[in-house]
Design a protein around this ligand. Sequence first.
Ligand SMILES: [Zn+2]
Length: 322
Amino acid sequence: MNRKALDELKQQIPLLDYLQAHDWQAARSIRGGRLMGLCPLHTDHKPSFLVDPGQNLFYCYGCARGGDVIRFAELYHQVKFPQAVALLREWCGVTPLLEEVTNFYRMQLSRHREAVAYLEQRGLHEPEVIEHMRIGYAPGRCLRAWLNQLGYPLSTLRQAGLVDTAGCDAYSHRIVFPLEGNLYGRSILDSVAPHRFLPAGKGGLCAWEQVRRSPEIILVEGLFDYAMLWQAGFHNVTCSLGNHLNARQFLQLCDGSRTVYLAFDADANGSGQSAAQQISRRLWSQSVTARYLAAVRKWSLQIAKISSASVRSSSRSVGFVR
Ligand SMILES: [Zn+2]
């Protein structure tokens, strides 16, 4: 990529837009239209991150790093320059495309009885949670035609991983949850590969912007656990999509003072519980209070059966232990 193409890419993505799309918020404005906020690159307790939207540059007084949007993407996603450029190019093109795909799948959900029945069988029935999580369904047909008609060629859909080599919907017969720059699909059939993501990374914690100011946060590993808790009235829940946190998700949990309750699966092999213990120790080492929910088999289903009010008042006695 030559200098001119790089300059064009930087013009296409204003640094502030990119930061905001990754949950950054300014704490205050300073002289010259510049902004200060918490640094997304290190565990920051007072705003040390300076953004100059006019110059499209940033500098952190805490970790002494700065530069343009490409430098930010390198540091934030922990990748080298060429990968950062590729991520930014993809971000420009993929974000509007995924928005269209999400809209299409959401329209399909109520039209397919098997999808609604699957959600009900998993305990999800409140329209509010389906709306909040923007849950959709991939019926396995019409996606390509719909996107073609919106001007997206087959090559773009293949590149994004939305269709397979034969041009068929890659999420066929899956309940689909939109994520930041990705889609999670859960097969409603007995499938050998029940889970599906696009090749892009899993991004940060789910709905982070909506919970980050909460003094107590519940962290779960799966989106169905998230949905169950949200439906039961626990709106201070977030999800890591697996029991391993990426660097960004860990930084998010450490970016303020709060208590994190880890409610991971009680798998037979104990992997969820040991991951929760390990994350808990790492959080304590960053001065974040962490507690994990003692092994309760199928705890999320149990929670769904109890009314949200009684769970709220008895959450301490349910067994949150360190
Ligand atoms: Zn910093």
